[in-house]
Design a protein around this ligand. Structure first.
Ligand code: 5GP
Length: 187
């Protein structure tokens, strides 16, 4: 049970809508990578809850299905963005992105794509690690503020140009554990 009940107007995407859509994404990814090994590459910290639910929505190899499903491996990267008002954001790798990705199918798992700078940086960084393929799955897409074009293969929800929190997304490190996506301005 959540500790606090949100004001109804603050909920942009309810817990049940999130979970329903994540099951759909998991089913699609299971089909696309059937019988293959897939490295899920989570972008810390915002994607943690999405990552955990998505991973469990992808059909696993193992009992009772040893001969089908997806052989999933977990890797993580942590990035930091610097936002300067007059310049494009700069992104820096803090940790992760190991040589293990070489010759593997990699699926980047993101919380939200906004300007696109983070994803552009990560794709360029992964390019140096020589993966077999790289695709992107984001829970939220906010195309209104896009500054650089980025290809996204799986999108949970497209949202309007508004600041959201919850389900991993923070404001000053708060609200990450809300089980739904909320509009910050109405919390
Ligand atoms: P981008 O590089 O695409 O502009 O931004 C990606 C990062 O910006 C996300 O991983 C997230 O940390 C942050 N971000 C962008 N929009 C929002 C938002 O509406 N809410 C929160 N909490 N973070 C956001």
């Amino acid at each position: 049970m959540p500790a606090t009940k949100p004001p109804p107007e603050s909920v942009l995407i309810s817990e049940s809508r999130l979970q329903h859509r994540i099951r759909e994404l998991g089913a699609q990814i299971s089909t696309d990578y059937e019988n293959q090994e897939l490295v899920l590459l989570g972008v810390l910290r915002g994607s943690v809850l999405f990552f955990a639910d998505l991973a469990r929505a992808i059909s696993a190899t193992g009992p009772p299905n040893p001969d089908c499903g997806v052989r999933v491996r977990f890797e993580f990267v942590q990035l930091r963005s610097y936002h300067e008002s007059t310049k494009p954001s700069k992104v820096q790798l803090i940790h992760g992105g190991s040589d293990y990705l070489e010759h593997r199918h990699v699926l980047i798992v993101e919380d939200i794509v906004d300007t696109g700078y983070t994803l552009k940086f990560l794709r360029e960084h992964l390019g140096t690690l020589n993966p077999k393929t790289v695709k992107v799955c984001t829970l939220l897409d906010k195309p209104a503020q896009r500054q650089v074009p980025v290809a996204i293969d799986y999108i949970g929800f497209e949202i309007p140009d508004t600041f959201v929190v919850g389900y991993g997304l923070d404001y000053a490190q708060q609200y990450r554990n809300l089980p739904y996506i909320a509009l910050l301005e109405s919390i």
